[in-house]
Write a protein that binds this ligand. Structure first.
Ligand SMILES: O=C(O)CCC(=O)C(=O)O
Ligand SMILES: [Fe+2]
Length: 398
């Protein structure tokens, strides 16, 4: 006789609020992302330059993200990048891309396809027939009352006795909290050595050209940000040993909403590195959590602007003065597919990053543990995964 399995589930909160940060205000806020004019940061007119740097200081401190315009990277460069990525992600050639699936932690090119709706529930499964099985406690396991008593939040540890032990379990309990993801991605190490799949034609050239120009822009931005912190313009360059800085770029393709499984493109996260630069071919989906705890839709990005987000390692270096912000991608409004290129600009792998003495005093004790960039990346994956580990490095809530 066939076994009957009963699945008793309790749904948890909606996707992706399982972060350790303080309670969020879930309202989306539709306000402008500030715009920084790159050219003005280097203006020959000292008045204009100082105005632009003051504004950048305010934006870094009170926002932590901005659109960068007038950066000098031409439309042609962007067009070639999006064409190259779109060709690479040709739906017909998906099997060919599997050669770049994870092989080992030293991969310099990695591809992945994530299409999962996420799961947020606690469950108890029991074999109900031919013999009925059920945990003996709580008393009077009458259907909804009993189930609700069984899932008593205080007693969660007690329920672990029913976690998977072997395939013949007749009672099994589980707690699943995964945010889901909908994207195809290609990650490449872009610096100190540039890596890219050799096919399709022109893809690698387009990316190399983009990264070369982007590095120049990011170097300039590092100088300007050093000034906003009150230092010489080479401060960031030296602190992070940028000559051999470790940059990883994620090229993402998000499906249109009717093809996605669930609403999340990329779940809540911050990024390692000191700056993250992001460009996209169409508007839609990126949201960032403001200092005030509101989700801001990045929806009005000027054409060919670069969205800059401060990264974890700038937060650590400045002991929390310039913060890295949680962001995510939602796909439920994507009418068409969207391509983005998120590049995480990092220190060299052997740079030991800790709160710099200039940001530490009696009223600002060190808020983060120091670690080499390599170790901080390895805390939650490998070098090319580039996952944040700032929560593990945090010494106290600031
Ligand atoms: O595609 C986006 O808008 C953001 C992607 C992202 O946050 C990442 O790859 O780290
Ligand atoms: Fe990100």
């Amino acid at each position: 006789m066939a076994a009957l399995i009963s699945d008793v589930s309790i749904n948890q909160k909606p996707y992706c609020y399982n972060t350790t940060k303080a309670a969020y205000n879930y309202d989306h806020e539709q306000y402008d992302v500030p715009t920084i004019d790159y050219f003005m940061l280097f203006s020959n007119d000292p008045n204009q330059r100082s105005k632009a740097l003051n504004y950048l200081r305010h934006v870094c401190q009170d926002y932590g993200f901005f659109y960068l315009v007038n950066h000098g990277i031409t439309d042609n460069v962007f067009e070639s990048v999006f064409k190259g990525i779109s060709d690479f992600f040709d739906p017909i050639e998906v099997e060919d891309r599997r050669q770049y699936e994870k092989k080992n932690p030293t991969d310099r090119i990695r591809w992945g396809l994530r299409s999962s709706p996420g799961e947020n529930r606690e469950y108890l499964k029991v074999v109900a027939h031919p013999r009925f099985h059920c945990p003996p406690k709580p008393a009077d396991f009458s259907v909804f009352k009993g189930i609700s008593d069984f899932f008593d939040p205080i007693e969660v540890e007690d329920r672990r006795q029913y976690e998977k032990k072997n395939p013949t379990d007749r009672i099994r309990w589980g707690l699943r909290s995964s945010p889901g993801e909908n994207r195809e991605y290609l990650k490449v190490v872009a610096h100190p050595r540039f890596h890219c799949p050799p096919k399709p034609a022109d893809f690698s050239e387009a990316m190399e050209e983009y990264f070369k120009r982007l590095r120049e822009v990011v170097r300039g931005l590092g100088k300007a940000v050093s000034k906003t912190l009150g230092f010489e313009e080479c401060y960031i360059e030296k602190a992070f040993n940028l000559e051999s800085g470790f940059d990883v770029s994620a090229m993402n393709l998000y499906p249109p909403n009717f093809q996605s499984k669930g609403a999340v493109g990329v779940p809540d996260h911050t990024d390692p590195g000191f700056f993250v630069s992001l460009v996209q071919d169409v508007n839609g989906g990126l949201q960032i959590l403001s200092n005030a705890g509101n989700w801001i839709d990045v929806y009005d990005m000027p054409p060919n602007a670069i969205f800059i987000n401060l990264g974890d390692h700038l937060e650590i270096l400045t002991n929390g003065k310039y913060k890295s912000h949680v962001h995510r991608v939602v796909v439920d409004n994507n009418k068409v597919k969207r391509i983005s290129v998120a590049t995480l600009h990092g220190p060299s792998l052997d740079t030991f990053v800790k709160p710099a003495p200039e940001f530490v005093d009696d009223s600002h004790p060190p808020a983060y543990r120091g670690a080499t960039y390599k170790r901080s990346l390895e805390a939650n994956g490998d070098e090319i995964d580039v996952q944040s580990s700032i929560d593990q490095l945090r010494l106290q809530v600031i």
